[in-house]
Design a protein around this ligand. Structure first.
Ligand code: ZN
Length: 116
């Protein structure tokens, strides 16, 4: 379960940022998780919850913002695909399956941190 390592990394970023602002306790951590990032949001949430348990950050909220997969076809059409990261979606305009450029959906980043 690599979500545990990811959650740890995010928590590290958050605590570092909190220290910079003289905060001790994390209250909210918002992360962007792209559809193609390979991360299962439920697993990430579970990992995060178990990590903060028993620490000063216990009770901190993890907000996961799911970023849909957005593709650009060779014909220029941009479209969102929600049928998962492993299917090659056809372009709704020309039907092309190959050669799409990924505009969004690979994100995995800390977007917002709140503390006290
Ligand atoms: Zn197309």
């Amino acid at each position: 379960m690599h979500e545990l390592a990811l959650a740890q990394g995010m928590l590290d970023i958050a605590t570092e940022e909190l220290a910079r602002h003289n905060c001790k306790r994390l209250t909210l951590l918002r992360v962007n998780v792209g559809a193609m990032s390979g991360v299962v949001p439920e697993c990430l949430e579970f990992a995060f919850t178990s990590l903060v348990q028993g620490t000063v950050h216990e009770g901190a909220r993890l907000e996961i913002v799911k970023i849909p997969l957005k593709l650009k076809c060779v014909c220029g059409a941009e479209f969102e695909a929600d049928n998962g990261p492993y299917d090659l979606p056809a372009c709704p305009k020309c039907g092309e399956v190959f050669g799409h450029r990924v505009l969004a959906g690979k994100e995995l980043q800390v977007d917002w941190i709140e503390g006290e």
